[in-house]
Ligand binder design. Structure first.
Ligand code: NOJ
Length: 770
């Protein structure tokens, strides 16, 4: 809005604003510019009608493929684009420019729109799905891919992404496990921090800054039975120690907006949850940004059974400090009446409007509403060679080598005949994974294509789709036998199609779907060397695969450069270095299964039946958290500690020598876990407290150091107060959560620590992870 137009504000309004600003300025020592900006916003709010305010708190849905039920949205009837505060689902420099013009020119106060979109793992160039990228255990990489996604998305006129999704997920039946960083809050917090920073970049007013959103606050990933949208029923301790941690990290990293989950916690739907939104997020943590509802999440308060009318839903959500109503329309329709009738205080409405307007101001949209909508930038900054190279690097680093019996991999490039099998090998859409933004299947490299590009010209590649995840049609064993009779090796892509994970994609089974199990059994019978490339958005329970297939690559959905990256690993141009960010069960019946479980009074014993176990399965996972092989091998020294005994506030240096004992250069992910052996409450058998990546030439050794401090050994005591309890601790350092490489130390005194709830562990504050 043109600042001069504000001259029409009434004298009385100006006086009130001036007095208010003077007091704020005095208290906070605002700069001249900040005072002017604040005055601008207050004068604008002073001029707005209740309807205009409700409009600013309304997001209209414009997408062709809605991500929720298509409802008869009252808001769409009540307000048009020029009255709305933001839109979801449009992009494109020309498009956004046109719509922005409609808003700026078509509204009385000329307030610009915010354009938002789900840029989850890339915009046009698609990076690995977040669960895959988490396998790289590389915050720097995640920061760079988020930055690249921000550059492309903002070049297409977007101001705002609904990412990173930071939900901890311990139930692979839940399809949205694909969108997050896996099961662990420490790794999750490190990657949340990195991605928030990446989206922000230099920060406003740079036009490559995209607003980030930490979602889905909170414990959406704890959906009962793994059924998406279900309730979460968990203790306050679990909430604090596990589910809130990555959100806390995102807030500390400066995340711009927060989205509540569709779930309830302790019988209160998150969209009405004052305890967690108003008190925890805003008051305790000091979050000052926007809280945006999830898609129709406010309206859904009626189905939850805590509201009986749209008016109730709007009152409950705004009171919980949900600022923007995504698509549902209840704010647009009900907020003015709620304020007029005194059921909602005017300042609650104004607070939300202020946060929205301040965000627009921070992005410089009041000075130039079109600054993100630049067609030249859009053509020059999309899908650049550098971004494609980054996508390939990210894809390479996200690959986890699960098994490699007798060093079958890497394969030579001059094979005489290689048979590629499985419909997924040539599925360009699945290559991109769920939530693939504005990515184009025709620009993605499939596994088949990647293999064809990599092998030597003399090699014969035969492709047989054979079996698909979404069809029961099985190839006969004779067909498979005939096809592979003179093959040197078979590479089979097995798993799920991309649309089997993501929102509303829960499964009861973690088996290979469709006819793939039959194909697998036929492949085993061929007696040929078989490499399986797994493509999937969740852990799969594949014990038959593990038992009979010599080489297994977990490739997830790796995005635009998937095929090239898979071939890089298959043929040894890249030595795989990914590590699982989530436990793989043997069977769905083991779920939930995660490494930081409790010991219990009857820990699993091979000999005693009356211990923690099943009669029909082992209790151990198929592949543990942190697992991942390399084409070389690493050995570890025992951990060396700077002290054996220390007071609660001292720091402990833990060092370990890592040696490359194999024949190739390789990168190891050194993981540090901690256990308090006895405390006043039970503690997990181990928690992750540090990780570091180290590149080693054959025969080379390097010393890796971790610095631990009070936040690392602090616990929440029985009253949920943060404290340190004296006693012995075991520190484990190794290449997965199953490592037994350990040392012990003792904390000699007890202490109460300041600060609410659980803290971000010290190692996350360490600059090496930033
Ligand atoms: C619903 C999803 O839960 C959320 O993650 C997403 O951002 C919105 N739809 C908008 O697409």
């Amino acid at each position: 809005m043109d600042r001069t137009r504000l001259a029409t504000a009434t004298m009385l309004g100006k006086l009130i604003v001036a007095t208010w600003l003077a007091s704020i300025a005095q208290a906070n020592e605002l700069t001249q510019k900040q005072q002017e900006d604040a005055a601008f916003i207050e004068q604008l709010i002073g001029q707005m009608t209740l309807e205009e305010k409700a409009g600013q708190l309304t997001q209209l849905g414009m997408q062709n493929t809605p991500t929720g039920p298509v409802i008869d949205t009252k808001g769409r009837e009540t307000i048009g684009i020029s009255q709305a505060g933001s839109l979801i689902g449009v992009h494109g420099a020309e498009n956004t420019r046109r719509l922005q013009r409609e808003a700026v020119q078509g509204s009385r106060l000329h307030i610009p729109l915010l354009f938002s979109f789900d840029v989850i793992h890339g915009f046009r160039t698609i990076f690995p799905v977040p669960l895959a990228e988490a396998s790289a255990w590389d915050p720097d990489l995640s920061q760079r891919t988020a930055r690249a996604a921000a550059i492309e998305a903002t070049a297409s006129g977007l101001h705002w992404t609904f990412a990173p999704m930071v939900d901890i997920a311990r139930d692979p039946r839940w399809g949205r496990v694909v969108e997050g960083a896996g099961e662990d809050p420490f790794l999750g917090a490190a990657l949340a921090t990195a991605r928030v920073r990446g989206f922000s970049g230099e920060g406003p007013p740079a036009t490559s800054t995209i607003l980030s959103t930490a979602k889905h606050f909170v414990a959406y990933g704890a959906a009962e039975g793994g059924r998406d949208y279900n309730i979460s029923d968990l203790s306050e301790r679990t909430l604090e120690e596990t589910y809130l941690t990555p959100f806390r990290a995102a807030v500390e990293a400066g995340v711009d907006t927060i989205m509540p989950g569709f779930n309830e916690v302790d019988s209160m739907p998150m969209h009405a949850n004052q305890k967690l939104l108003r008190h925890k997020l805003r008051e305790d943590w000091g979050f000052q940004g926007i809280v945006i509802s999830d898609y129709t999440g406010i309206k859904e308060l009626m189905a939850h059974g805590v509201a009986s009318t749209p008016r109730d839903t709007a009152r409950l959500a705004l009171t919980a400090t949900v600022d923007i109503d995504m698509v549902g329309g209840d704010y647009a329709a009900e907020l003015p009446a709620l304020v007029r009738s005194g059921q909602l205080p005017q300042n609650a409405l104004d607070g939300a409007v202020r946060r929205v307007l301040q965000t627009k101001q921070r992005l410089g949209l009041f000075d130039d509403p079109y600054r993100y909508s630049d067609p030249v930038r859009e053509t020059t900054q999309m899908s650049s060679p550098q971004t494609r190279a980054l996508a390939r690097e990210a894809a390479q680093k996200s690959i986890v080598l699960l098994k490699n019996k007798d060093a079958l991999l890497p394969l030579p490039k001059n094979l005489r005949k290689l048979v590629v099998m499985g419909a997924l090998a040539n599925d360009a859409v699945s290559t991109l994974g769920a939530w693939s933004g504005n990515g184009r299947a025709e620009e993605s490299i499939t596994v088949l294509e990647g293999i064809k590009r990599a092998v030597s010209p003399s090699s014969e590649i035969v492709y047989i789709p054979a079996a698909s995840p979404d069809s029961p049609d099985t190839p006969g064993i004779d067909v498979v036998q005939r096809a592979v009779v003179d093959a040197d090796v078979i590479v089979a892509a097995l798993g799920e199609t991309a649309d089997m994970s993501g929102e509303a994609r829960s499964r009861t089974s973690l088996d290979l779907p469709g006819a793939q199990d039959a194909l697998l059994r036929s492949l085993i019978k061929t007696g040929k060397p078989v490499v399986v490339i797994l493509m999937n958005g969740r852990p799969l329970a594949v014990p038959t695969l593990d038992e009979h297939i010599p080489a297994i690559i977990e490739a997830w959905f790796l995005g635009s450069e998937m095929g090239n990256a898979v071939a890089d690993v298959l043929f040894g141009d890249v030595n795989p270095s990914g590590r699982l960010p989530i436990t793989f069960p043997r069977t769905v019946g083991q779920v939930p299964i995660y490494f930081s479980h409790k010991n219990t009074g009857r820990p699993t014993s091979q000999t005693d039946p009356y211990t923690l176990k099943y009669i029909d399965s082992l209790t151990t996972p198929l592949y543990p958290f942190g697992h991942g092989l390399s084409y070389t091998t690493f050995t570890y020294s025992a951990p060396r500690l700077s002290k054996q005994r220390l007071t609660f506030d001292e720091t402990l240096n833990v060092q370990v020598d890592v040696h490359n004992s194999g024949q190739r250069a390789g990168e190891e992910t050194v993981q540090l876990y901690l256990r308090q052996n006895v405390a006043s409450i039970t503690r997990p058998v181990r928690v992750l407290r540090g990780f570091a990546k180290v590149m080693l030439a054959p025969g080379e050794s390097k010393t890796v150091s971790f610095l631990l401090g009070q936040d690392d050994w602090a616990l929440l005591n029985h009253d949920l107060l943060r404290s340190v309890e004296s006693g012995t601790f075991t520190v484990f350092v190794g290449g997965s959560s199953a490592t037994d490489n350990q040392a012990k130390f003792e904390i000699t005194n007890d202490a109460q620590l300041a600060g609410p709830g659980s803290a971000i562990p010290r190692t996350l504050r360490d600059s090496s992870l930033r």
